[in-house]
Design a protein around this ligand. Structure first.
Ligand code: TMP
Length: 207
């Protein structure tokens, strides 16, 4: 039986990576085979594209080029990693996926959510997530959580990050069945409990 596909989304600093780790540990502990990956990246080509799109060095891509670089990384990941794992019956857990493109490039950069849906739909075909958890938090709060050197997107203005948050809320209103919003201003344990509740509610795991 084909596996299930879960994506974790949200603005920078929302705590996705911590939650991906917690979900993985939990699913492993109850015997599910989980493949964890991330975007941009997850393949050797994807990791090169990640460096290219997030670096502060050299010329910045125009919004359309930015959207296509993320799409190229995603196309590679879907064919090389995600689809084979789903065919093996695994649960695939991805730290960001297509909804980041809809929120960041479609909404915050102003390219259009529908346009980004069309571009990505061309190669995603049936590989849309079964469940997308959107961690929602005020960027004024989440950006303070970022540690270390900031990348090109993290260095964007607060107004940009506020549009990203708005973009994710719009994506949720467009895809209410596939996506769920989780309040990420709570402590990580509470956020995890809420995510677990949503995963169980979706029927992806039986416990
Ligand atoms: P990360 O730091 O969460 O790994 O994500 C890298 C950055 O790339 C983050 O600022 C969000 C951005 N991004 C997009 O703008 N569009 C996309 O499609 C994806 C996957 C990420």
């Amino acid at each position: 039986m084909r596996g299930k596909f879960i994506t974790i989304e949200g603005p920078d600093g929302a705590g996705k990576t911590t939650q991906v780790r917690k979900i993985t540990n939990y699913l492993d502990s109850i015997g599910y085979k989980v493949l964890v990956t991330r975007e941009p990246g997850g393949t050797s080509l994807g990791e090169r594209l990640r460096d290219m799109v997030l670096t502060l060095k050299g010329e910045s891509p125009v919004p359309e080029a930015e959207a296509l670089i993320y799409a190229a990384s995603r196309a590679q990941l879907v064919k090389k990693v995600i689809n084979p794992a789903l065919e093996r019956g695994n649960i695939v857990l991805c730290d960001r996926f297509v909804d980041s493109s809809l929120a960041y490039q479609g909404w915050a950069r102003g390219l259009g959510i529908q346009e980004l849906t069309n571009i990505n739909g061309w190669f995603l075909k049936d590989t849309w997530p079964d469940l997308t958890v959107i961690l929602d938090v005020d960027p004024a709060q989440s950006l303070k959580r970022l540690r270390g050197k900031k990348d090109r997107l993290e260095k964007e203005t607060l107004a940009f990050h506020q549009r990203v948050r708005e973009g994710f809320l719009k994506v949720h209103s467009m895809y209410p069945n596939r996506t769920t919003i989780v309040d990420a201003s709570q402590c990580p344990e509470q956020v995890f409990e809420t995510i677990l509740f949503e995963i169980k509610k979706s029927g992806i795991i039986n416990i």
